[in-house]
Design a protein around this ligand. Structure first.
Ligand SMILES: Cc1cc2nc3c(=O)[nH]c(=O)nc-3n(C[C@H](O)[C@H](O)[C@H](O)COP(=O)(O)OP(=O)(O)OC[C@H]3O[C@@H](n4cnc5c(N)ncnc54)[C@H](O)[C@@H]3O)c2cc1C
Length: 366
């Protein structure tokens, strides 16, 4: 019998398990594929506080703090430059101001003075924040596993949750694919794109949908001294790592089930990403594709995450619907979930993320 069982060992589940262990709880982390077996290791690795909503800005700031606390080798502080017309940057500047995060608004000349590699049309501006990260997700996964081991979290891998047994108001145990069961006082559901499938097996229907997202790693032949950046004008994003740039054009396709295949993204997507990159940067040589990333992202119709108790189950908490910004919001949400679940901490500001809005049964019962 555990104090807490965390289902799913992506970025969210790892930080939930770390927080639980930090609080001295007997913790088990269960992952059908293994720690970092889902979307997290396939993500592009951008962490930036330049998001439109103040809640998200605070979450990413907290995530950056947590990633720095638990890992050392998987990230670099590159800063982040958001390029666009001034009106398109306004929302994110307002959020930064509300959260007390310092930024610099640079005109095109100031951008070029700092980073001559950029090509910036005179009508464009840039918002620069200093402490944003470029992170290598696969290394992050290895470092989080080391931290989980150090914190004595039990890790159950290659065995997945196939069902939940619950009474009138509580989960009693989780059924696993090898026929065994795990019991705990509390449960965190952090299976990303697979969470809705497990809930469906328990007759709980959620209104989420899946996209398969693509990104690329390009080798430039030499290291550039530039920040990570997004381009509101050309609709692309990139982060530097050594001589490579990782990112792309926010390409995605709808899918029925989580797609972990290694199928190449459509070649026109790659070509367009490179074409747009060449409009924004003067590169020393032609970029060469090193690898593509392809993975499932779970979305809600209002674009906001799901964070809260599973309706009518007092001891189960769900974190899902993180979309294309889950690597950067996941650490904070996973970590805070445990405080909310165990200590009944009322995170008032996250009410907008309430699971009630996406559970069909809960809505009907309301
Ligand atoms: C190409 C691409 C680029 C992206 N770029 C970025 C980016 O730059 N920045 C950013 O913030 N986000 C990015 N994302 C989004 C980000 O990857 C996700 O939002 C985030 O990884 C979700 O984390 P998670 O822990 O919720 O899910 P996951 O990482 O998918 O973890 C879920 C885990 O649950 C496990 N699991 C599944 N079924 C079961 C079961 N039955 N029992 C037990 N365990 C189970 C899986 O094996 C998996 O390890 C990108 C995504 C993609 C695909």
């Amino acid at each position: 019998m555990y104090d807490i069982a965390v289902l799913g060992g992506g970025v969210v589940g790892c930080f939930s398990a770390l927080r639980a262990a930090e609080l001295g709880l007997r913790t088990v982390l269960i992952d059908e594929r293994g720690v970092f077996g889902g979307a997290s290791p396939r993500s592009a690795g951008v962490f930036t506080v330049q998001l439109d909503s103040p809640i998200d800005v605070k979450l990413v700031a907290k995530s950056i703090e947590l990633v720095k606390k638990y890992t050392r080798r998987s990230w670099r502080e590159t800063g982040f430059l958001q390029i666009g017309k001034e009106y398109a940057l306004r929302e994110s500047m307002e959020s930064l101001e509300k959260c007390g995060i310092e930024y610099k608004l640079l005109d095109s000349k100031e951008i070029l003075d700092r980073w001559p590699e950029f090509v910036v049309e005179p009508e464009l501006m840039g918002v620069y924040t200093k402490s944003d990260l470029s992170a290598e997700p696969k290394i992050l996964g290895c470092e989080l596993r080391e931290a989980l081991n150090e914190m004595e979290v039990d890790i159950v891998e290659k065995v997945g949750a196939v069902g939940l047994d619950f009474g009138s108001s509580e989960v009693r145990h989780v059924k696993l694919s090898d026929g065994s069961r795990v019991s705990a006082d509390y449960y965190v559901l952090a299976m990303g794109s697979w969470t809705s499938g497990l809930l469906r097996s328990a007759n709980l229907e959620t209104e989420t949908f899946l996209l398969t997202c693509f990104a690329y790693r390009l080798d430039l032949g030499q290291e550039l001294n530039i920040p990570s950046f997004s381009d509101e004008y050309l609709h692309t994003y990139w982060r530097p790592w050594g001589s490579t740039l990782v990112g792309g054009r926010y390409d995605a396709e709808f899918s029925e089930t989580p797609d972990l295949s290694d199928v190449q993204p459509p070649s026109k997507s790659l070509k367009m990403s490179i074409k747009l990159l060449l409009r924004r940067l003067k590169l020393p040589s032609k970029p060469i594709l090193v690898e593509h990333m392809r993975g499932p992202c779970s979305f809600t119709s209002d674009g906001m995450p799901i964070f809260g108790h599973v309706p009518s189950l007092n001891n189960a908490f769900i974190i899902d619907g993180l979309g294309g910004y889950g690597l950067m919001r996941g650490p904070a949400l996973g970590y805070l979930a445990v405080d909310a679940l165990i200590q009944r901490h009322d995170f008032d500001e996250y009410r907008v993320y309430s699971p009630f809005r996406i559970f069909k049964i809960a809505k009907n019962n309301k």
